[in-house]
Write a new protein. Structure first.
Length: 347
């Protein structure tokens, strides 16, 4: 931490700041200029708030120089995290993985058809919510455990992996036998109790960025999961709330290269929630890959006009096929490839 004192700060004020720094465990180096004193605190005390120093009397400005997230920071694993799934699929390597499926699990037939279309298009994960965080308590809330079973059966039939949203701690145990990856929704990114519990499981987690979360907050939330010992974590940019109303959210594409620089964790783009309008999803998916995403989470519904949630942003099956074909052309430009379709792997 660097504390720049106000010019002409009194000796007593300077001493007071030094004492507080020492108390916290900093090794303090003092530089006295003609009018201003700079205090450099070396060391990383486990608990300190830079804001505490910003308001001490005589302080001009205080800056944190070490990152507050130790395990999520790129320096912890400069080579990047690679997550390996039971079928050998890797996220965080050279291949970009596409996850697709409806917003919600609605019925066995809908999921079976979705799985066949998702696999045929070339995606490797089937997405679908069995528990849904809906803005209104009167909206469809999901099929629950029955939905998990339906997802597993359909995914197994078509050689896909399963990702689904976990909304509360009590669902974790219940989901374990049916899923390959937990999804933490945007609304739960700061549900710290849930994050801590997910740190205890040994199954990958994809954590979405909160609706109004800064990148630092995303990384601090990631730290909750990592500090429990679960390192199979990826982050998802899914759009944030801004003043713009032309799209459902504002897809913060810039968060992707920023996160790739700050953290070793794989980063996915979710252009569906990012823009909320079907026809804008493919360009934002392409942009996510161009920006360095390691994967995509995309809503696709066999009949989006009849979807029970997020129909307006769900691709039609043929749009997903067309998108993945384009992604295969784009990926080499950024020295990547799209993971081969299930058929190509099992053939
Ligand atoms: C979803 O993936 O359907 C979902 C609810 O996403 P988010 O948490 O990003 O709103
Ligand atoms: Mn959705």
């Amino acid at each position: 931490m660097i504390v720049a004192m106000q010019s002409h700060a009194t000796d007593e004020q300077i001493q007071n700041v030094i004492e507080r720094m020492v108390e916290l465990g900093f090794n303090v180096h003092r530089t006295t200029g003609e009018t201003q004193t700079i205090l450099a605190g070396v060391g990383t005390p486990s608990h300190f708030e830079v804001t505490e120093f910003q308001v001490l009397s005589g302080v001009h400005q205080a800056y944190r120089i070490s990152s507050p997230y130790k395990l999520a920071g790129r320096g912890f694993r400069p080579e990047g995290t690679r997550i390996t799934f039971p079928n050998g699929l890797v996220i965080g390597g050279d291949e970009i993985v596409v996850m697709a499926g409806p917003c919600s699990v609605e019925s066995r037939d809908q999921i079976r058809l979705s799985a066949s279309q998702v696999a045929a298009a070339g995606a490797r994960f089937l997405r679908g919510g069995a528990y849904k965080p809906r803005s209104s308590p009167y909206s469809f809330q999901g099929m629950g455990v029955e939905g998990l079973k339906i997802m597993r059966d359909a995914a197994d039939e078509y050689g896909l992996l399963v990702i689904t949203e976990v909304m509360e701690i009590s669902q974790i145990e219940q989901m374990l036998p049916y899923i390959d990856c937990f999804q933490v929704g945007a609304r739960n990114m700061q549900n710290f109790n849930l994050l801590r519990e997910l740190g205890q499981v040994r199954k990958p987690v994809a954590m979405k960025r909160g609706l109004a979360a800064t990148i630092e907050e995303v990384l601090l939330s990631a730290e909750y999961i990592l500090s429990g010992g679960n390192y199979d974590l990826m982050l998802v940019e899914r759009g944030i709330r801004t003043f713009e109303t032309a799209t459902r959210n504002t897809m913060d594409i810039s968060a992707i290269p920023v996160l790739k620089k700050l953290t070793h964790l794989p980063v996915l783009g979710d252009p569906s929630h990012g823009v909320g309008i079907r026809d804008f999803v493919p360009p934002m998916a392409l942009a996510s890959v161009a920006a360095g995403a390691d994967g995509l989470l995309i809503e696709m519904h066999p009949n989006p006009d009849k979807a029970m949630s997020d129909g307006a942003q769900s691709l039609r099956p043929e749009q997903l096929t067309e998108l993945i074909a384009k992604l295969r052309k784009l990926a080499p430009v950024v020295d990547r490839s799209i993971s081969p379709a299930v058929d190509a792997v099992t053939a």
